[in-house]
Design a protein around this ligand. Structure first.
Ligand code: ARG
Length: 425
């Protein structure tokens, strides 16, 4: 028997892409294996009488057992469950452009979730078309950025498809969801314990939100850190690593050439060991709310530190002043769910152009939470002592010309100073 208090689908919609109840016959569900999407898998079949096709995307989330997730989806009545290994595409097409743009939102968030959502949603569109679904379902709440990123992507790439976001409407909390599972024989892992943090992770980082993290007056509970060793527990001996870049792309560690996915996995491991990449961040969400996140981003911290340093060495002062403005615009678009906005393509062209020069190596020392640059080398460094004439051997630089430069460089400031002092007399 159906419980009388089971929430039912919303019966009116306000946008072009939301599904009305009668639109929904075959659903592509973005499935993680967690509580929300497991309840959804059952609830969609029950409430819409629809077939559900589950899709689970591997973006390199550590310690995930995809076979278990697939089995769970099939047990819950999915017509099919596809696990897509999108690690290579994610690394090359999403993370690499972010590296070239030194992408950090709000000065601290390397955007791993924000970069993953448009790819996950794009794959949802591909699989919805493959299975001839009419609707895509996801498990985002109505409070976060992820709903924006996923729905903006679906509405952009597939105007013929509709979206449902049951968690946003059904107003079941964790307790009610667990009760729903109990009534419908859905297995719940750790159901009696306190609600877990809200976690999202992939090869570029991991976030934790909610629970004790919401208390701004409290330092993060040590149980938040499931990835990075806390710096105070990290080894007493520092470790040096050398990252090699080719045209902005990290290509080697200590001289060993590696594919991007493997390189990021290795940097995650070594960064975790040394406590590198813990970020306690207050963030302005697109939907207006502020949120506190604890990020564990070892690979991103190491790569972005090294990339930024090498870029600074090969660029002119004018480029170094200008690029951060475009970098932050790039990060904002990625954060704000506008991945498919043409401006990002425009910005990428600029990033590509600058990054042509970003070749060389950066050595870092990892020690108790810090990743510090200690050596730099590049054939493109705008740092040629002979060329600039430091050796007085007739290079491009003449020390005797400096006074003339200073006379002109300071001219307007000196004039203004005199005018103002005259007025003040
Ligand atoms: N605040 C970050 C962002 O908006 C992380 C969100 C993590 N998502 C989650 N479902 N826990 O990108």
């Amino acid at each position: 028997m159906e419980a009388s208090n089971t929430p039912s689908p919303a019966d009116f919609v306000t946008t072009s892409y939301e599904a009305k109840k009668e639109d929904v016959h075959r659903v592509l569900l973005l499935y993680s294996g967690g509580l929300d999407t497991s309840v959804m898998l059952h609830w969609i079949q029950e409430q819409y009488g629809a077939e559900v096709y589950a899709l689970c995307v591997n973006l390199g989330q550590p310690k995930e057992d995809f076979a278990v997730i697939e089995g769970k989806a099939m047990d819950l009545g999915a017509q099919a469950c596809d696990v897509v290994d999108a690690r290579e595409e994610f690394a090359q097409e999403y993370v690499l452009p972010a590296i070239k743009a030194n992408a950090l939102y709000g000065g601290g968030y390397p955007l791993f979730t924000a970069l993953g959502r448009p790819l996950i949603a794009k794959l949802a569109v591909d699989y919805a078309r493959k299975y001839e679904c009419d609707t895509i379902a996801h498990g985002c709440t109505g409070k976060g950025n992820d709903q924006v990123r996923i729905e903006a992507t679906v509405a952009t790439l597939a105007p013929e498809l509709k979206v449902i976001a049951p968690v946003r409407n059904w107003q079941m909390g964790r307790e009610e969801e667990i009760e729903y599972c109990r009534q419908h024989g859905i297995p719940v892992a750790g159901g009696t314990e306190a609600a877990p943090y809200s976690i999202d992770d992939n090869m570029w980082g991991r976030s934790s939100e909610g629970r004790s993290i919401e208390d701004l007056a409290a330092a993060p509970d040590p149980d938040v850190f499931q990835l990075v060793t806390r710096p105070e527990l990290a080894p007493d001996d520092p470790e040096e690593i050398v990252i090699g870049f080719d045209a902005g792309k990290p290509v080697s560690i200590d001289g060993e050439t590696l594919g991007l996915v493997e390189l990021l996995e290795r940097l995650t491991e070594i960064g975790c060991k040394h406590g590198v990449g813990i970020v306690d961040h207050i963030e302005d969400r697109i939907v207006g709310l502020k949120v506190r996140d604890i990020y564990e981003v070892p690979a991103a911290t190491i790569v972005l530190t090294a990339h930024k340093e090498l870029e600074k060495l090969v660029c002119t002062s004018h480029q170094n002043l200008f690029k951060p403005q475009l970098d932050s615009q790039w990060a904002f678009l990625a954060y704000a769910g506008l991945w498919w906005e043409p401006l990002r393509g425009d910005l990428d062209s600029y990033m590509e152009s600058v990054n042509e020069q970003v070749t060389g190596t950066i050595a870092l020392k990892l020690y108790k939470g810090n990743a510090t640059v200690i050596r730099r080398q590049s054939p493109n460094a705008v740092y040629d002592q002979d060329l600039a004439g430091f050796s007085e051997s007739g290079g491009l630089f003449s020390q005797t010309a400096s006074p003339g430069f200073i006379e002109l460089w300071s001219l307007q400031s000196r004039m203004a100073y005199q005018v103002r002092s005259r007025k003040n007399r």
